[in-house]
Ligand binder design. Structure first.
Ligand SMILES: Nc1ncnc2c1ncn2[C@@H]1O[C@H](COP(=O)(O)OP(=O)(O)O)[C@@H](O)[C@H]1O
Ligand SMILES: O=C(O)C1=C[C@@H](OP(=O)(O)O)[C@@H](O)[C@H](O)C1
Ligand SMILES: [Mg+2]
Length: 171
């Protein structure tokens, strides 16, 4: 049985937060592609973007996704731009595990990310980015979980039920 689950979605959807909470609830290790990239590069995401551009970051992120997917059991949090790469979309679409799209309203994205400085692509024009990416999020996921107005603990509970339904975990 494949004991894995992948979280995708836009910046601020709660991928990192929920992956940590679900990891704590299940006891499964958590692999966040952003953390894997930062650890491998020994540099922050801002620094990687400044030195290598988005292209360099995407190259590293693809390698991180491939690495993360080799670990079972595992909860995998991705970065919001993972689905911009065709190779990543192909990887995700072929998975026989829950690939959960976390959604969030634009107003809530602004609330959650107000004052943050560690996302180089969270700039004034971010709504255009979200619009451009929307079809890719939907094509890459096999499950959608709206998060606006919902507590992390409640969302974790729902993801655990999903894992049980999928036969990946037992209560
Ligand atoms: N369900 C939620 N309700 C309220 N705030 C949330 C929720 N999930 C995440 N957050 C907050 O939103 C911010 C971004 O969350 P994060 O997990 O880093 O998102 P992502 O990894 O998808 O960019 C954090 O401050 C986090 O505490
Ligand atoms: O949407 C994006 O292109 C990005 C999202 C970030 O991750 P989160 O979605 O976890 O914020 C991080 O990978 C990087 O700043 C680029
Ligand atoms: Mg994150």
């Amino acid at each position: 049985m494949m004991q894995q689950l992948v979280l995708i979605g836009f910046m601020g959807a709660g991928k990192t937060t929920l992956s940590q909470a679900l990891g704590a609830a299940t006891g499964w290790p958590v692999y966040d592609t952003d953390d894997l990239v930062v650890t491998a590069a020994h540099r922050s995401i801002n620094t990687i973007f400044a030195q290598e551009g988005e292209t360099g970051f995407r190259h590293r992120e693809h390698a991180a996704l491939e690495t993360a997917l080799t670990h079972t059991p595992g909860i995998i949090a991705t970065g919001g731009g993972i689905i911009t790469q065709a190779a990543n979309r192909a990887l995700l679409a072929a998975l026989d595990i829950p690939v959960v799209l976390l959604t969030v309203t634009p107003a809530e994205i602004n609330r959650r990310l107000a004052g943050t400085t560690d996302r180089p692509l969270f700039k004034k024009d971010w709504p255009d980015l979200l619009q451009d990416r929307q079809p890719w999020y939907e094509a890459s996921a096999n499950c959608i979980l709206p998060t606006t107005g919902r507590q992390v603990a409640d969302l974790v509970n729902e993801l655990q039920h999903l894992l049980v339904e999928e036969g990946a975990a037992n209560d």
